[in-house]
Design a protein around this ligand. Structure first.
Ligand code: GAL
Length: 744
C-alpha cells in the first residue's frame, strides 16, 4: 500500500484480499444466558423491540476524561460465558473504561437471513454498563456472513481486472450494490433501535477502516453517472482527460470504464476521477450507515476509524459527516530510531486531528506487537506509555487498543492484546497497560483541549494521487518522504504543526510549507496570495504549480498560477540518480544570514528569478551558480522557493530562520511564535484551552535529558514544575501552566 510512512501499515495491502483467510462463518447457536442453548427462532424479530430494563446509573459522559479502551469481541467466546465475567474483572484492573463492540459481529447477530440474535449483545452491554464501562458500538458492515455472499453474489467486489472475488476475508464488498446497502441498513437500524436508550452506549463506530474499490457493472454505471454530472458532456470530459493523445476520444458514455491493468492505465485524468469516485461511493455508503443509526440516536456521536494518511480514501471528504474523527495507528517501533518512528506517528495523528480541528480518538493501537508486519516487535518497557501519551499530546481524547483479548484461532491469533493466551493479568503488557490507564485518569482535564498548529504543512489527497500517478519526471517521486521531512523540520523547532489540505484556512499560521505542490486546485493560488499578503511566510519547492485538478499542465511557464507569488520562472527540472548529489551554497550576502553548504538530491531545478531575490545557489553541475533558494517579498509577507530537494539539516536551519522572521512580525491572530529550544531527542506538543496550556514532553532518546519547561504542575506525578524537567529515556511529562503569552 503506497503512501504510508513507517508508522503506518507499509507492509500490508489493504486493497487486495488478505491471504490466510479469517472466516467468521456460522456462530455456535448459543446465547449468553449461562451457556444454555438459545431458543431464538428463525424470523424472530427482536431488533427495535427491546426497551432496556436498565436505568442509567451514570451519565453517558461522566465528566471529562481521556478514554482508555479496547476492541472487544465477546462473540468469539459465546460458549465460555465465564470469560465475560473474568474480562470485566480484569478490565477494571486495567482502568479500561470504554470498549468497542460488534465490529465484525454480523454473523453472530444475524446467523441466517432474518434470524436475529441480540441476546448475547444485550447481556454484554448490560454487564459492561453495570461495571461502569461505556460502549462504542460498531455497525458490522466491515465483514459479512457467508450466507449473505452466497445469496447475493452482487455484494462481492470485482477487482480491477474484472474478476469477482469469492467470499472471504473482510471489506470485500461493493459500496454501490443496492443489496449490500439494504442489508447493511437493516442490521444497522436494528442495532440502533435496540440500543438507542442503552445507558452504556457512548458512540457509534461506523464499519471498520473503509477502504478498497469495486469495478463491477453497478460501479461502472455509477462511475459514468458521476462523470456525467461532473462534466455534463463528453466533449468536456475528452478535453479534461486530454484524450486526443493516443486516440482515446470517447464518443459514447458506455465506452468509459474504470482503470484496469488489462485496459486503460494511461489516462491520468481518468485515474484521478476514478479515485475521487471511489471516495464518493465510500462516503455515500458511510452516510447511509450514519443515517441508519442517527434515525434512532440523533444525539449519539458517530465516528469511523480511519488509517492516518492512508492514500486510498480522501479522508477530508469523509470528515464532515463525522462527529468525531478517529484513527488506527500501529507505529512500527524498532524499524528505525524511536524518534524517527515517533515523528512519523505524530504526522499521522496531525493528519487526522486536522480533519476536524478538534480532538480525535485513537481507536486502535496495539498494546504490544502487530502480527501483520515483517517483524512482530515487542514494545520495550516504557514505550507503551510514551507512544500512547504521544497520541494524547497530538490531540487524542482516547487511547484504545486492538484488542482486549487474543483470539484462539484465525487470522489475528498472534496479534498483541491486553490479555494474551495465558488468560490472566500477571503480565508485563497488562501491567504497562494498567499503568497507562492510571496516568490517563490523571489527565482528564486535558480532554477537549485543542492543539493549535503554529505552522502548517499542505498535504492534499488529489495532489498525492496526481503525483503518484504521473508518468515522470521520475519513477519514485519521494512525495510522502518529502512532506514528512518538512514536517519534522518544523516540529524540531518545538512548534505544533497542522497538516492540512488545499483550501483550509491559512491565516493563523506563522509559516505554511507547501512542498511539491504539483497539483493546484482552483482558488488555491489566490488563497496563498491572501495569506502572504497579510504577513504570512510561505515555502514552495521544486515540482510545484505543474497541473490543474485534471492533471493538465499549466501553460505559459511553471510554477503556473504560483509564478507571480514565487517570483520565479522554472525553466527545467533535472532529476538525479541515487548516487548523484547536488549542493546548496548560501549567497555571501543573504537576507536570513545563513552561511554554509548543504547537499541536495533527487530533484534540481533550473529557475530564473523574476521578482525574487537569490538567497542560495546550486553548487554542482552545469547549473552551478544558478538559484537554489529565493525569496519574494509580497506585501507584508514573503514567499520562499526551494529549487532542490535539500537535506533535512538545511530545512531545519531555513525554517528556524523563517520562524525568527515570523516572530518579529506581529501576526494578527496567531500572536508571536518562537522557537522552543529542545534537546534533539525530545518532542514537545502543546494542548490548550482558554485558561491553561498542557505541555507534553517525551524523551525518545536513550539518555536522560533536562528540558526547560514552564512553571506549573506536572500532572502525571502531581508535583510542581519550577521551570526545568529531567526526563529519563522514554520519560514523559505533562506540565499544566496558565495560558499566558510568556509561557508559549
Ligand atoms: C486494524 C483493523 C483491526 C485489526 C488490526 C490489527 O487495521 O481495524 O480489525 O485487524 O488492524 O492490527
Amino acid at each position: 500500500m503506497a503512501g504510508r510512512g513507517p508508522a503506518g501499515k507499509t507492509n500490508r495491502s489493504m486493497n487486495t484480499l488478505e491471504t490466510g483467510r479469517a472466516e467468521i462463518g456460522h456462530v455456535p447457536v448459543r446465547i449468553w444466558n449461562g451457556g444454555r442453548k438459545g431458543t431464538a427462532m428463525k424470523g424472530m424479530e427482536l431488533g427495535g423491540k427491546r426497551a432496556t430494563q436498565l436505568q442509567a446509573t451514570q451519565p453517558r459522559t461522566a465528566g471529562k476524561k481521556i478514554m482508555h479502551g479496547a476492541d472487544y469481541y465477546p462473540e468469539q467466546w459465546l460458549d465460555t460465558p465465564e470469560i465475560l465475567e473474568e474480562d470485566l474483572r480484569m478490565m477494571k484492573l486495567a482502568h479500561i473504561d470504554t470498549v468497542t463492540l460488534g465490529v465484525f459481529a454480523w454473523a453472530a447477530l444475524e446467523p441466517e437471513e432474518g434470524f436475529w440474535r441480540f441476546e448475547w449483545l444485550d447481556r454484554v452491554m448490560d454487564r459492561l454498563h453495570e461495571n461502569g464501562i461505556q460502549v462504542i458500538l460498531a455497525t458490522p458492515s466491515g465483514a459479512r456472513p457467508a450466507w449473505l455472499a452466497k445469496a447475493y453474489p452482487e455484494v462481492l467486489r470485482v477487482t480491477q481486472d474484472r474478476q469477482r472475488n469469492l467470499y472471504g476475508m473482510r471489506m470485500n464488498h461493493c459500496y454501490t450494490s443496492p443489496r449490500y446497502r439494504e442489508l447493511t441498513k437493516r442490521i444497522d437500524s436494528k442495532l440502533a433501535a435496540r440500543y438507542a436508550k442503552h445507558p452504556a452506549l457512548k458512540a457509534w463506530h461506523i464499519s471498520n477502516e473503509y477502504h478498497g474499490e469495486c469495478h463491477c457493472g453497478l460501479c461502472q454505471e455509477a462511475f459514468r453517472r458521476f462523470l456525467q454530472e461532473k462534466y455534463g458532456s463528453l466533449e468536456k470530459l475528452n478535453q479534461a482527460w486530454w484524450t486526443a493523445f493516443w486516440s482515446k476520444i470517447y464518443t459514447d458514455w458506455e465506452q468509459v470504464e474504470s482503470p484496469s491493468s488489462r485496459g486503460e492505465m494511461a489516462v491520468q485524468g481518468l485515474a484521478l476521477d476514478w479515485k475521487r469516485f471511489v471516495t464518493v461511493q465510500t462516503k455515500a455508503f458511510m452516510d447511509m450507515e450514519i443515517g441508519a443509526v442517527k434515525a434512532y440516536t440523533p444525539d449519539i456521536s458517530v465516528t469511523t476509524n480511519m488509517i492516518g494518511s492512508f492514500i486510498e480514501v480522501d479522508y477530508p471528504r469523509l470528515a464532515p459527516s463525522l462527529d468525531v474523527a478517529s484513527m488506527d495507528l500501529y507505529p512500527q517501533w524498532g524499524s528505525a530510531s524511536c524518534r524517527e518512528v515517533a515523528m512519523d506517528a505524530g504526522f499521522e495523528y496531525d493528519v487526522i486531528r486536522c480533519l476536524k480541528m478538534t480532538p480525535f480518538w485513537l481507536m486502535e493501537t496495539t498494546p504490544s506487537m502487530t502480527s501483520w508486519t515483517e517483524v512482530g516487535k515487542l514494545k520495550e518497557p516504557g514505550l507503551h506509555r510514551a507512544g500512547c501519551l504521544q497520541a494524547v499530546a497530538h490531540g487524542a481524547d482516547s487511547v484504545q487498543y486492538f484488542q482486549w483479548r487474543k483470539s484462539r484461532g484465525a487470522f489475528e491469533k498472534f496479534h498483541g492484546a491486553i490479555i494474551g493466551h495465558s488468560g490472566h493479568e500477571h503480565t508485563r503488557v497488562f501491567r504497562e497497560t494498567a499503568q497507562l490507564g492510571e496516568i490517563l485518569g490523571k489527565l482528564g482535564e486535558v480532554a477537549g483541549t485543542r492543539c493549535r498548529g503554529e505552522a502548517a504543512v499542505l498535504y492534499d489527497w488529489s495532489n498525492r494521487w496526481a503525483i503518484e500517478g504521473s508518468m515522470g519526471p521520475r519513477k519514485n517521486k519521494y512525495y510522502e518522504e518529502t512532506v514528512r521531512e518538512h514536517y519534522r523540520a518544523l516540529r524540531s523547532l518545538g512548534l505544533n504543526v497542522d497538516v492540512i489540505e488545499e483550501g483550509q484556512p491559512l491565516e493563523d499560521y506563522a509559516i505554511v510549507a507547501a512542498p511539491m505542490l504539483y497539483l493546484v486546485k482552483v482558488g488555491l493560488a489566490e488563497a496563498l496570495e491572501a495569506y502572504v499578503e497579510k504577513g504570512g511566510i510561505l515555502l514552495l519547492t521544486y515540482f510545484s504549480g505543474i497541473v490543474d485538478e485534471n492533471d493538465l499542465c499549466f501553460q505559459g511557464g511553471f510554477p503556473g498560477p504560483l509564478r507571480k507569488l514565487a517570483g520565479v520562472w522554472v525553466e527545467e527540472l533535472d532529476t538525479l540518480y541515487p548516487e548523484e548529489q547536488g549542493r546548496i551554497v548560501s549567497m555571501p550576502e543573504n537576507s536570513i544570514k545563513i552561511h554554509g553548504i548543504w547537499t541536495s538530491r533527487d530533484y534540481i531545478e533550473v529557475i530564473h528569478p523574476e521578482t525574487a531575490a537569490v538567497e542560495a545557489v546550486h553548487g554542482t553541475s552545469w547549473y552551478q551558480g544558478m538559484p537554489a533558494l529565493t525569496s519574494n517579498k509580497w506585501e507584508a509577507g514573503s514567499v520562499w522557493y526551494l529549487a532542490a530537494r535539500a537535506e533535512e539539516a538545511f530545512l531545519k536551519i531555513l525554517y528556524g530562520k523563517l520562524l525568527s522572521m515570523a516572530a518579529k512580525r506581529k501576526k494578527a491572530q496567531a500572536g508571536p511564535v518562537r522557537q522552543r529550544k529542545l534537546p534533539e531527542e525530545v518532542e514537545l506538543s502543546i494542548r490548550r484551552d482558554g485558561t491553561y496550556q498542557y505541555f507534553f514532553y517525551i524523551n525518545w532518546g536513550r539518555r536522560e535529558c533536562t528540558v526547560k519547561a514552564p512553571e506549573g504542575v506536572e500532572l502525571t506525578g502531581g508535583h510542581e514544575c519550577r521551570g526545568e524537567l529531567v526526563l529519563e529515556p522514554l520519560g514523559t511529562a505533562v506540565v499544566k501552566a496558565a495560558y499566558t503569552e510568556r509561557c508559549s
